[in-house]
Design a protein around this ligand. Structure first.
Ligand SMILES: Cc1ncc(COP(=O)(O)O)c(C=O)c1O
Length: 380
């Protein structure tokens, strides 16, 4: 009988959603080949799934990586990296300027005997001074969440290399359309694929791209911990990737237009976006990013949080919601949302203010966004 999925060799245009938890073994020999890693085959969903595997190969290709591990969320991906490579007694360098949930994870890592050093990304030039003999990993975001601070990936990679440590770059804000950290010396790239890779606010996923050797190590952890993505979300992610480049291009064009518009307004006291010539990260961003600077920016509205709240309340088209990288333009106050997990003094200690707003540009017409922002500022 012909294969029902590929009769006469005609392949479906979309990877089928394989919801199976388990697979019938064709023979003991095939089972052995799969479990020995000689062939890519399937036995149990927590181990591997063909829909997930298809999207892993696509994300690996986008990041110029040998392979990729997809799991249930961006934080699952980051935690998998920590748990796979760090042991009690190791030092981990984290930047204050990363997604807030890392703070919670760092408390768990400390409980497990991992020493965590926090560095302000403004001091990225002085990173070497923070390295200890037991430093095993440096984890950063560039551009960072939410202030879009830029770190020099090549410099971080050199410092990590000299210390015998791994450099992990969260590429969620930049996306592979604008930045390929592995080409600048990073050991691995992580993503919240919930964001621009998926792009439609309808799936949660995380990705880790790197070498085949790293894939094997991470696969071991994912299989043990059970953070394999479900096939339906993998299919949604595959669909998102089909339009990813177009969306990334439009999002960064919109973000730049919004940043330029805000920069001129007297009720906006600061704009953080690496695409602006005035931004401290601009020169480094020009060296390591291409085709634009990503879709996210941050800015301070007026003087108080009430000013920021009133501005957001005045918006008619831009949506007040967390997350980023979506088709719709989203706006939020990080102090009240993404950084909620941190004690108040840590939320404002490295540049975020109570009136800082984060905007993730969508793919709307530029004029729609500029008009909405202008009318909301006028009403302040
Ligand atoms: C830069 C960055 N990394 C990681 C994460 C975590 O991703 P997820 O929400 O998919 O767990 C986020 C979430 O906002 C993020 O912004």
């Amino acid at each position: 009988m012909t294969d029902p999925l590929t009769p006469y060799g005609n392949k479906p245009m979309v990877t089928p959603i394989v919801n199976a938890v388990n697979y019938e073994y064709k023979s003991f020999e095939v089972l052995r080949q799969i479990t020995d890693g000689e062939i890519d085959g399937y036995t149990y969903h927590r181990d591997d799934n063909p829909t997930v595997r298809a999207v892993e190969s696509k994300v690996a290709a986008m990041e110029n990586a040998q392979d990729c591990i997809i799991c249930t969320s961006g934080m699952a991906a980051c935690s998998l990296v920590y748990l796979t490579y760090l042991s009690s007694g190791d030092n981990l360098i984290l930047f204050h300027d990363i997604y807030g949930a890392h703070y919670k994870v760092s408390l768990m890592l400390e409980r497990m005997g991992i020493d965590v050093t926090w560095v302000n990304a403004d001091e990225g030039e002085r990173l070497a001074e923070y390295v200890k003999p037991n430093t095993k990993m440096i984890f950063c975001e560039t551009p960072s969440n939410p202030l879009c601070k830029i770190l020099d990936i090549e410099q971080c990679a050199r410092i990590a290399g000299e210390a015998g440590a791994l450099l992990i770059v969260d590429n969620t804000f930049a996306t592979p359309f604008h930045q390929l950290p592995l080409e600048h010396g990073a050991h691995m790239v992580v993503h919240s694929a919930t964001k621009a890779l998926g792009g439609h606010n309808d799936l949660m996923a995380g990705a880790i791209a790197g070498s085949k050797e790293d894939y094997e190590k991470l696969w071991f952890s994912r299989q043990a911990l059970g953070t394999t993505l479900d096939a339906y979300s993998a299919s949604l992610l595959e669909r998102g990737l089909k339009t990813f480049e177009m969306r990334a291009e439009r999002m960064s064009q919109n973000a730049l237009a919004v940043a330029r518009c805000l920069e001129k307004h007297d009720r906006i006291t600061r704009v953080c976006y690496p695409g602006l010539e005035s931004d401290p990260g601009h020169a480094t961003a020009c060296r390591q990013m291409a085709r634009g600077f990503g879709g996210v920016l941050a800015f301070d509205v007026g003087e108080t949080q009430d000013d920021a709240k009133r501005f957001i309340g005045n918006l008619e088209k831009i949506v007040h919601a967390v997350s980023l990288g979506a088709t719709e333009t989203l706006i939020c106050i990080p102090y009240l949302t993404t950084m909620l997990y941190m004690p108040p003094e840590r939320r404002v200690g490295f540049g975020v203010q109570e009136n800082t707003v984060r905007l993730s540009a969508g793919i709307e017409q530029e004029s729609v966004l500029l008009e909405d922002i202008t009318q909301a500022l006028q009403k302040l």
